[in-house]
Each structure stands twice: as structure tokens, then as C-alpha cells.
Design a protein around this ligand. Structure first.
Ligand SMILES: [Fe+2]
Length: 201
């Protein structure tokens, strides 16, 4: 009985479309010029795909019965290649987007659409060392709630433009002059003399 169960009929077929809406993903494929629609697309656990047209299918028929057919698919024409020994890459060959687990332990995530990462809930990044973001373009941070920045010391180079009110909770020094506590020196000629004004109010 076990010998019978292992008796597989293997064929190579050309994938056309995949119905991905049912309990099983079903491939419509061409073999010897005929369309067949009863092949279940098999993938490793946790891996899902909808094969594009032009994929090559390796078709297995359990007990040599056409009705019990399942396929493994791959599209070779635009596959990711030049991986180094041991490297792993998950991606969409149709768009070019991928997550690449490299041989040096680094991970490269690339989105061909330019929308790099989309997260629908909270997002936390913990970095044990220094963090650096380098961009060839502009940086824009938009929050529908409030924003908060915290560090022992901030250094900002380049002009800063505030488009709304600024409130200082402590002292503000401009070119070494305390904004709130400074006064102005003045002189007068009638009788001669000089003094300082009171502090700013
Ligand atoms: Fe002043």
C-alpha cells in the first residue's frame, strides 16, 4: 500500500493562472496543448504565492491519477539570482521587491514601489548602538498625534523654520544673550550718563 502511495507521475507543465480564493490554491496549466485546472499548488509551510503566468510547474499525480494532482511552481525568467552560499531571499520576482538574508548576517529589505515598510499597528525599533538615517532626499515625519524628541543634547545644523508658536519652558539664549533676562545699555546727553534698562518682560 505504501509503495502504491509513493508511485508518482511527474510532468512539467506551463502555468497560466491560479485561483487563490478557495480552500486550496488551484493552478490552471497547459500540458501537451491542453488546459488543466485541477492541480493544487503546493508551497512550504508558511510560504504563500500566486504564481504568475509563464511559470514552470512540476506536476505530481498521486497513484498516477490525474484527479490527484499537485504542483510545485517557479518562474525562472526573472528570478532573483547571484545569491551567495547559504543566503536566503524572499521576494516577488514580478515587482523586484524582496527581503534578503545575507551571508554576513545583515538583512536588506527593498521595495520596488518606494513604499518601503507598511505597519498597521505600533512599531518599535531597539538599537543597541548608534543609529543613523541617511537619505538622498527630504525627510518628513507626520504624526496625527503629538510628537516627542528626547536626548541629552541636540545639535541641529541648517536654518530652522517654525510655522507655529514656540514655547520655551526654560531659558533661551540667542548668540550668548539670555532672551528673558537681558537688558539694554543706554546713554543720555542731557546732563550725561548711562545705565541699563530692566530685564525683558
Ligand atoms: Fe531686548
Amino acid at each position: 500500500m505504501y509503495k502504491q502511495a509513493l508511485r508518482l507521475m511527474i510532468k512539467i507543465m506551463g502555468h497560466i493562472t491560479q485561483d487563490d480564493s478557495g480552500l486550496y490554491p488551484i493552478s490552471t496549466a497547459k500540458y501537451n496543448g491542453k488546459e488543466k485546472t485541477n492541480a493544487v499548488v503546493m508551497t512550504p509551510y508558511g510560504v504563500y504565492h500566486n504564481l504568475p503566468e509563464g511559470s514552470t510547474l512540476l506536476s505530481f499525480s498521486s497513484l498516477c491519477q490525474e484527479s490527484n494532482k499537485f504542483v510545485l511552481g517557479q518562474k525562472f525568467s526573472n528570478r532573483f539570482k547571484d545569491l551567495k552560499s547559504g543566503e536566503t531571499l524572499f521576494g516577488n520576482p514580478e515587482t523586484g521587491s524582496f527581503a534578503h538574508f545575507k551571508e554576513d548576517g545583515s538583512i536588506k529589505v527593498f521595495s520596488a514601489s518606494g513604499k518601503e515598510i507598511e505597519i498597521t499597528k505600533d512599531f518599535v525599533i531597539n538599537v543597541g548602538g548608534n543609529a543613523k538615517i541617511t537619505t538622498g532626499g527630504n525627510v518628513e515625519v507626520i504624526a496625527s498625534g503629538s510628537g516627542s524628541l528626547s536626548a541629552s543634547n541636540w545639535s541641529i545644523s541648517g536654518p530652522v523654520n517654525f510655522t507655529d508658536a514656540v514655547t520655551m519652558q526654560t531659558t533661551l539664549s540667542i548668540a550668548g544673550i539670555d532672551f528673558a533676562g537681558h537688558n539694554h545699555h543706554y546713554t543720555w546727553t542731557d546732563g550725561g550718563g548711562s545705565s541699563n534698562t530692566g530685564g525683558a518682560q
